[in-house]
Design a protein around this ligand. Structure first.
Ligand code: SF4
Length: 495
């Protein structure tokens, strides 16, 4: 094993700079007297899905009102005054971490448009993988775009649809888009919520008294006091009228579900239920699988906080090695890390985490993290344990190697910057300077979420960032590769 110069000069730093980032969370409620307040509360519970910007639109029976801002929910919607103008019994909201479209205020959702058929407000989680192609077609016909968000494509497709009803217009629009979406939509006639045909991005439905609630995760239902009814099924479009009537439509017929398996690994909060399973249990199971597949002679199992904690509990329980908090997180450091620019992302380094020196000194440590993305943070963590006197540092990862980008609404570095995109496991181990490195297998991950193994002929989840097998066409990417091949330029950036 070679050594490289230390990247850390002190024992305390932030571990969150090297994660995949869920791009958005959505919320919608209809039939509640204080719809916008419930919406703000629900978005607060979804804050982990996007910290860059937030917005709420409400409808008071006559007018749509939208307020959007940069920053956290609490920065924008913490006071009665901030919600006072968002009147009405129906509201949709959105928290955002930008990838496609950039980070300006004009891309902050919900997006709103006055259509010939009336107002239309939409909050979207996901990424439309043929948005560029559709946008070019729309622009060539005279469409004028206000934002660079792929979500605006949906609005234009609805606006230009020749079908008579809003439901048909929305269905018509969605049949033209590829990729991943979970949408909450408001029109003067009520609310619609839908998921792409494979249900790549999550969306659930609940009841709060007479009100109907939609959210990216069940934790948002819990926080507003709503009862979880069921998930919105892949390819399902649900309409809710102001009188509470709920209608379910299947505009794509029978579809094969491929929800994002990374929701189990990292994106969803552990207290959420995703795809009929407790996320916390899934993460513990992954840790247990990891312990069976890649055992280790060690004194302590140490989670990388906070996302590695459930898997570390599972690893410790299965292996019999004591679980200990060898890295302590400060809860009082400003949120400097979740920003879309590299400089902002790195600004919070060295402020948030610290080795529990007296615990780890002289011990053989098994570190458990949910994933390795670029690998730079993993190297820092290993060094932090060594600097604190650990005798050995073994690294176990609660997901398979992340070697491919995501085109479904998750911020991933280009493949050349993913550690697993350019190195095998032994080279990765050398890079992060661990005494050993192992990842849970793809079959182990599927076992952890309750399946016998990955069905290679018909996988049950989207797992493309591990396998490179994308469940939908990637039209924009293919078009860009073709254009770049014609120009003999290297492919180095994707939407
Ligand atoms: S590529 Fe990975 S992160 Fe993206 S939707 Fe699929 S499993 Fe989730």
């Amino acid at each position: 094993m070679t050594t490289t110069p230390s990247l850390v000069d002190a024992g305390a730093f932030d571990l969150h700079g090297d994660k995949l980032r869920e791009e958005c969370g959505v919320f919608g409620i209809i039939g509640a007297a204080d719809a916008s307040a419930a919406c703000a509360l629900g978005l607060h519970a979804l804050q982990h899905r996007g910290q860059e910007a937030v917005g709420i639109s409400s409808f008071d029976g006559a007018e749509f009102i939208t307020r959007r801002g940069l920053g956290h929910v609490a920065d924008n919607f913490s006071s009665a005054e901030s919600l006072a103008e968002l009147k009405g019994h129906m509201a949709v909201g959105h928290v955002r971490y930008s990838t496609t479209g950039g980070s300006g205020l004009r891309n902050v959702q919900p997006l709103y448009a006055d259509l010939a058929s009336g107002g239309f407000a939409v909050a979207h989680n996901g990424n439309i993988s043929n948005a560029m192609q559709l946008k070019q077609e729309l622009v060539s016909k005279g469409a004028i775009f206000q934002s660079t968000s792929d979500t605006e494509v949906i609005i234009h497709l609805v606006a230009t649809s020749r079908y008579p009803t809003m439901l048909d217009k929305l269905t018509d629009a969605l049949r033209m888009v590829e990729g991943a979406y979970a949408l909450t939509v408001m029109t003067p006639r009520g609310m619609a919520a839908c998921r792409d045909p494979m249900g790549i991005r999550p969306l659930v439905m609940g009841k709060l008294g007479d009100a109907v609630v939609f959210a990216s995760e069940t934790v948002a239902l819990d926080v507003v006091g709503a009862e979880f009814i069921r998930q919105v099924d892949p390819g399902e479009l649900i309409e809710v009228d102001f009188d509470g009537t709920i209608r379910s439509h299947r505009p794509f017929g029978e579809t094969k579900a491929r929800p994002c398996i990374f929701e189990h690994v990292y994106f969803s909060r552990p207290d959420s239920i995703f795809n009929q399973r407790s996320v916390y249990e899934s993460r513990k199971n992954i840790g247990a699988e990891l312990a069976r597949e890649s055992p280790c002679e060690a004194d302590l199992v140490v989670p990388v906080p906070d996302s590695g904690v459930p898997a570390a509990i599972g690893y410790a329980q299965e292996s019999g090695i004591p679980f200990e908090l060898g890295i302590i997180r400060s809860h009082y450091v400003g949120r400097t890390f979740i920003q879309p620019s590299d400089s902002a992302r790195h600004a919070g380094v060295k402020r948030k985490h610290n080795a529990n020196r007296l615990l780890v000194e002289g011990k053989r440590i098994v570190l458990i993290d949910d994933s390795i993305v670029r690998g730079t943070t993993s190297l820092k963590i290993v060094q932090m344990m060594r600097d604190a006197g650990a005798a050995e540092v073994h690294f176990r990862v609660a997901s398979p190697p992340t070697g491919h980008g995501c085109y479904y609404g998750v911020d991933t570095p280009e493949r050349s910057k993913l550690l697993a995109g350019r190195m095998d496991i032994s080279a990765m181990q050398e890079f992060i300077q661990a005494d050993s490195l192992a990842f849970v297998s793809i079959d182990g991950l599927y076992r952890a979420v309750g399946l016998a193994s990955r069905d290679n002929s018909c996988p049950q989840y989207c797992d493309a960032c591990f396998t490179g097998e994308y469940p939908t066409p990637l039209t924009d990417l293919a078009g860009r590769k073709e254009k770049e091949a014609q120009l003999s330029l290297p492919v180095n950036k994707v939407a």
